[in-house]
Design a protein around this ligand. Sequence first.
Ligand code: 5GP
Length: 175
Amino acid sequence: MNQPPVLISEQDIQARVAELAAQISADYSDKGDIVLVGVLKGSFIFLADLSRRLTIPRTIEFIAVSSYATGSISSGAVRLVMDVRGNIENRHVLIVEDIVDTGHTLKYLIGILESHHPASIKTAALLHKPERAEVEVPIDYIGFGIGDEWVVGYGLDYAEHERTLPYIGIIEPTD
Ligand code: 5GP
């Protein structure tokens, strides 16, 4: 496969992740510690970079959902594949998502995590496609707003490929 054209460079991503980490660290400075809940698989690189730049005490959990089949065609419903393992009751939770598209996945995740009775829930997404929103969902920290295009890299895939591309690139889905 040819290298996908660059939408957001590695440098721009790193600079924005540093800004988000500084903002999150400041916002939570009076709250003790937070638990970052990374949404598998797409958020794993964003979570790794963001978490290492925070200056507040933090722990890491993962949750896995499936909202798309293969490629870029939505399968419709969101399904819980793996819940968080640690106890998040009375903890300050920050959901770390790769991208918010229609908003269904994040809305579903908030519902699942609320059932664990955390002290608070906030959300961070590296990317947001505002034109595609179908449900209203709060995104407290957004890296970049993008248009209606399929993006890969920095954790995001196209049919499981391209997750380790260091930048965000654009792909033309063929299915
Ligand atoms: P939503 O429920 O907001 O429509 O979809 C969120 C999920 O869809 C993301 O976590 C991601 O897995 C997938 N997704 C949406 N748009 C893109 C995209 O442009 N590229 C990739 N790789 N995944 C996307």
